[in-house]
Write a protein that binds this ligand. Sequence first.
Ligand SMILES: Nc1ncnc2c1ncn2[C@@H]1O[C@H](COP(=O)(O)OP(=O)(O)OP(=O)(O)O)[C@@H](O)[C@H]1O
Ligand SMILES: [Mg+2]
Length: 503
Amino acid sequence: MTPVLEVRAVTKRFPGVRALDAVDMAVLPGEVHALVGENGAGKSTLIKVLTGVYRADEGEVHYRGEPVSFARPLDAQRAGISTIYQEVNLIPLMSVARNLFLGREPRTRFGLLDIGRMNRDAGETLGRYGIDVDVTRPLRSTSLGTQQMVALARAVAIDAKVLVMDEPTSSLEPREVRTLFDVVRRLREQGLAVVYVSHRLDELYELCQRVTVLRDGRVVHTGPLEGLARLALVSHMLGRDISQVRREGLTGFTGDHALADGETPVLRVEGLTKRHQLHDVSFDVRAGEVTGLGGLLGSGRSETAKAIVGALPLDEGTVTVNGRRLRRLSPAAAIRAGIALLPEDRKAEGIIPDLSVRENIVLAAMPRLARAGIVTRAKQDAIVETFMTRLRIKAAGPEQRVAELSGGNQQKVLLARWLCLHPKVLLLDEPTRGIDVGAKAEVQKLVDELAAQGLAVVLISSDLEELVEGADRVVVLRSGAVAGELVGDEVTEDAILATLVAP
Ligand SMILES: Nc1ncnc2c1ncn2[C@@H]1O[C@H](COP(=O)(O)OP(=O)(O)OP(=O)(O)O)[C@@H](O)[C@H]1O
Ligand SMILES: [Mg+2]
C-alpha cells in the first residue's frame, strides 16, 4: 500500500541538540500509527515538521505522493493534515457550534451567518459522535473531552486525510477516552491515517496497528504492534536490555514505607468548604506515608490541593501542620509551613518559560537558601545538577530556556523545584502525567524514598494502578466531598471504583 504520508531522512537541529536525525516514517491510509519514545525523544518536533510549524533542515516530507513543505499549520490543515494537540487550539469563548464550523459557517441568502442552521447541524454532527451538549454554550464551559471531540469532528468535516494526535487523552475521563477511541476507530475504517502519540502503553496496544520508536531523535524500531511484547517496546524506548527492564519492573514503587497509624499527623485538613466546589473536606496525612486522593475529574482533588496551599480562597476550613494551625491560608504561609504543591497544569501554574532550567529549579528555594547565607552560584549549580541527574532531565544544559524543553522534561523541572525546598508535606497533582515510562518509574521511586525519609506525601492521580501501588491510604472524593477512605489492604482498584460510584 502506498503511504499517504512519508518522512524521508528528516533532520531538525536546535542549538545544542539534534532533535531529529535522519528520521524515516511511513504512515498508511487506514492505520493508527503510534509514535513513541522517552521525553525529549523528538515526537512533538516530528509532528511540528509534518504540520508546518517547523521546517526540516534536511530531508523531505511526502504527502499523497508529492513532496510538500508547509509554511504554516493552516496550509497543512487545508491540504488535509489535521492536528489535535493536547491543548485544543480552538476559540474558547465562542460557542461549540461556532468552533465546529469555524471558517465554513453556513450563510443565509443574504450572506449572514445562519445561526439556526449552524446550531442544528452542530448538534446533529456531535450527536453522531455520542456527544450530547448544548452547542450554544461557549466551548470553554464544556469538558476537555467535548472540546477534543469538537476538534475531531472539525477535522473530519474538512475532509482530513491524516489526523495527528499528540497525547490527546492525558486529561480525559475514562468514559471520554472510550468515546474518543470509538471515533478514531471509525475514522480509520473510513481510510483516514492517524499518527498517535501517547505514553500510555495500554492505549497504544488497544488502538494502534504499527509503531515507530524514537530515541534521541533517531528511529530505533518500526513495525507492527501485534506480537511486539511490552517489555520489548519499552526496552526499545529506553535503549536498555529486556532483562534489565524486566528486573526493574514497570512501576517504580518500592513499598519502602508503611502505614504510620497512631502517629500525630503532619498535615491535618479540616472542614474545607468552598461554595459549589468543596464541602467539608477533612483528612489527615502522616509522616512517612503516601496518602492518595482519588476521584474523577471535577471531584475536587485539585481544588483541595490548591486550597491547602492557599491558592484557592475558602469559605471555611483550617489547615494544621505539626499541630500548629495556619492562621491565614496563603501561598507564602504554605511555603513557610513546609507545604509544597506540584500543580496539575504546569503551563498555567508554574513553569516560567523564558527562564533557564536552573532558574526555574531554584526559584522557590532561593529565599530559604539565602537565609542560610549567601547562595553562591556553585551551590545553586550543585543543587540543579543533582536534580537534573536524578530526574533525568534532558536539556542542553542548566542554562537552556525551559520553553525549549520537551513537555515531559518541563514537568520534571517543576517537580525538582518543589523537591529542593525540602518540604514537610508534598502535594503532587498528577506527577507522572505526560512523562515517559522510564521517568515515571523514577518519579514513583522518588515518592517512595521521600515518604520513607519521613515526608508526608499527598498523591493525586487518575491512574488507579498508580494510586493502588503507591498509596498507603486513599481518600476518595466525589462532588467535592469525601466519599470514603480506604486504608492499607483495602486499597484496591475495585474498592476505589466502588467508592467513586457508591450512592
Ligand atoms: N524550540 C526549541 N528550541 C530548542 N530545543 C528544542 C525546541 N523544541 C524542542 N527542542 C529539543 O528537541 C528535543 C526533542 O523535543 P520534543 O519536544 O520533540 O520531545 P518529545 O518526544 O515530544 O517529548 P515529550 O514526551 O516530553 O513531549 C528535546 O531535546 C528538546 O529540548
Ligand atoms: Mg512532546
